[in-house]
Design a protein around this ligand. Structure first.
Ligand SMILES: C[S@@+](CC[C@H](N)C(=O)[O-])C[C@H]1O[C@@H](n2cnc3c(N)ncnc32)[C@H](O)[C@@H]1O
Length: 192
């Protein structure tokens, strides 16, 4: 069901959906390991889509932790909301969402998990999203996102990686997850 919805939405909005299939459980597991989400208190997910990572976050995050998912596509938001009734979803672009509306004063996210298709984005959008989101990552917090193996060498993929380096002071790369279509790996960046 979620694979069919995903493919349908890809056909309608290929530039923003950016992939023909949802991420696999193996990639979701690698994302959870990379972020240590079981220790999180406040989690932000960017581009949850049909919930491939949301499912794993919901299973892994500690009881009482807060979750916010920012998803541009209303069809995905309509499906996610009843499926994860304890989690909050907002239908918005990550580049323009006002996080101060939802964060208690002085609070930040300790974990940000992104499913956004960075290589499909122009530089201005990559910058706008990172500049809107990263100021809300707590010191010592973790930002994780994935890249499709091979596609990371495209100019837009290289540009994203160097932007992430510039804005976070250090990016680690996981091993490739071959059980994903296409194979992918995780970038993990921490805020000093
Ligand atoms: C490659 S899909 C990944 C979906 C899911 N996280 C997964 O891994 O299967 C990218 C998702 O990001 C969403 N998206 C694209 N641009 C966005 C933006 N500017 N703000 C928020 N979500 C966005 C798309 O609608 C889509 O659901």
């Amino acid at each position: 069901m979620s694979a069919a919805t995903f493919l349908k939405e890809f056909c309608r909005n290929w530039q923003t959906v950016g992939a023909i299939a949802p991420s696999s459980p193996a990639l979701a597991e690698r994302m959870m390991e990379a972020t240590g989400v079981w220790q999180a208190k406040r989690v932000l997910e960017l581009g949850p889509g049909t919930g491939a990572f949301t499912d794993a976050i919901s299973d892994s995050m500690p009881h009482g932790a807060d979750y916010l998912g920012i998803e541009l596509n209303p069809t995905f938001v309509q499906q996610l909301t009843p499926r994860f009734p304890k989690m909050r979803f907002e239908c918005a672009g990550a580049q323009e969402f006002d996080f101060s509306q939802v964060l208690p004063p002085g609070e930040k996210f300790d974990t940000i998990i992104s499913g956004l298709p960075w290589t499909a984005f122009p530089r201005a959008l990559q910058e706008a999203i990172l500049n809107n989101v990263l100021p809300h990552l707590a010191p010592g917090g973790c930002f994780a996102t994935f890249a499709y193996f091979g596609f990371h060498q495209l100019p837009s993929g290289r540009r994203f990686r160097s932007l992430l380096h510039e804005l976070t002071h250090g990016v680690e790369t996981s091993r490739v997850v071959w059980r994903n279509l296409p194979p992918a790996f995780v970038y993990i960046a921490r805020k000093p």
